[in-house]
Design a protein around this ligand. Structure first.
Ligand code: NAG
Ligand code: NAG
Ligand code: NAG
Ligand code: NAG
Ligand code: NAG
Ligand code: NAG
Length: 293
């Protein structure tokens, strides 16, 4: 309540004071943005503008790492790289920070939140990210010309395949055993393959205050689109919603706990193509704005 009144006051006072001294006093939490596959920090100008309009003077950092084709590097490598860039920002933010993580970046952020014991992330906003994995042909996969979704597992579930980010979260519902055995990233952070760090990762992840999962049926890239909200295909390619997924029911990394705490927010918006999620003002107001207070 106090915060929403302050932001109204900031909007009023900024023009009067000229410089937005008020926001420096109120101190909106810094916002950190992690980009996705094949994009770069340049693509978030609109998002930066929306945030600045709603919360003037907010320090927004779009991390400029693993741009364009570098975003194909292995997920754990990206987790370490982004983590090193983000950690000093967290340390400078006594009241904590917010994370907005787009597309593949949403999975990078989950890796960071799981492996950083003293993070101070309040809202983790996952913007059309394939949180439950990807199984679908898209233009992004032109890098694998000889493969389609039904045979990509031959490549992805190998040691060489796992050196490419997409394969780290490729989730072929017809080859579940291979996925569980071979995925060096998604199957681990989901604790679908047992690993000694699960308990600690879960504890770290649950330090977030809010998890906001944004996605929609007209995305066109994330497949199934419900993966943005932890739904995924069964072996008939029928989508099973999050609440019926085993990883949810077993609460392996804390999703069910977040729901019980009232801290998991789903925001579904039709009519938004994958590449436009961060640039659509309707999405910002409906799904993002209030979690950045
Ligand atoms: C934020 O908005 C103010 C006021 O319109 C403007 O002067 C400033 O350049 C903006 N900052 C960013 C980073 O967009
Ligand atoms: C914004 O945050 C970054 C990272 O913590 C810091 O280097 C920079 O000085 C901050 N900018 C302002 C205007 O406070
Ligand atoms: C699982 O992976 C190990 C080594 O990574 C391999 O030796 C084993 O054959 C695999 N099992 C299956 C069922 O693919
Ligand atoms: C568990 O964490 C330790 C220390 O952070 C790390 O060296 C190890 O590789 C992790 N194990 C797995 C399975 O990721
Ligand atoms: C998959 O579909 C087939 C044919 O429609 C059906 O017989 C089978 O029960 C389904 N399996 C599951 C797990 O839903
Ligand atoms: C943003 O998304 C909304 C909701 O689907 C849509 O109606 C609107 O046309 C979009 N705006 C732009 C500028 O694309």
């Amino acid at each position: 309540m106090t915060r929403s009144r302050s932001s109204g006051a900031a909007a009023l006072l900024c023009p009067l004071l000229g410089a937005c001294l008020w926001s420096a006093v109120v101190g909106y939490k810094p916002v950190i943005v992690v980009h996705g596959l094949f994009d770069s920090s340049e693509d978030f100008k609109n998002l930066q503008r929306f945030i600045n309009e709603s919360y003037p003077g907010t320090n927004v950092t779009v991390i400029d790492l693993f741009d364009r084709s570098s975003s194909l590097q292995p997920m754990w490598k990206q987790v370490e790289g982004f983590k090193a860039a983000i950690y000093p920002i967290m340390q400078n933010a006594a009241d904590g920070v917010h994370l907005i993580c787009y597309s593949q970046g949403g999975l990078v952020c989950r890796g960071i939140l799981s492996t950083l014991p003293d993070h101070n992330v309040h809202s983790f906003i996952s913007l059309s990210a394939p949180q439950a994995g990807q199984y679908g042909d898209t233009d992004y996969f032109r890098i694998f010309p000889q493969f389609v979704k039904s045979n990509l597992y031959h490549f992805c579930y190998t040691g060489v395949g796992q050196l490419i980010s997409i394969c780290n979260y490729w989730n072929d519902p017809h080859h579940r055993d291979l996925y569980l055995n071979s995925s060096d990233y998604l199957a681990l952070i989901n604790s679908e393959r047992p690993n000694p760090n699960s308990t600690e990762w879960r504890r770290n992840f649950l330090k977030i205050q809010k998890l906001v999962l944004i996605g929609g049926p007209d995305d066109g890239v994330i497949t199934p689109w419900q993966s943005s909200q932890f739904g995924f295909y069964d072996d008939n390619e029928t989508v099973v919603e999050m609440q019926h997924q085993e990883l949810y029911l077993r609460d392996v990394f804390g999703l069910k706990t977040l729901v019980a705490r009232g801290d998991l927010i789903l925001c579904t918006v039709p009519g938004v193509e994958h590449v436009l999620w961060h640039s659509n003002e309707t999405v910002f107001h409906a799904c993002i704005e209030k979690w950045l207070m």
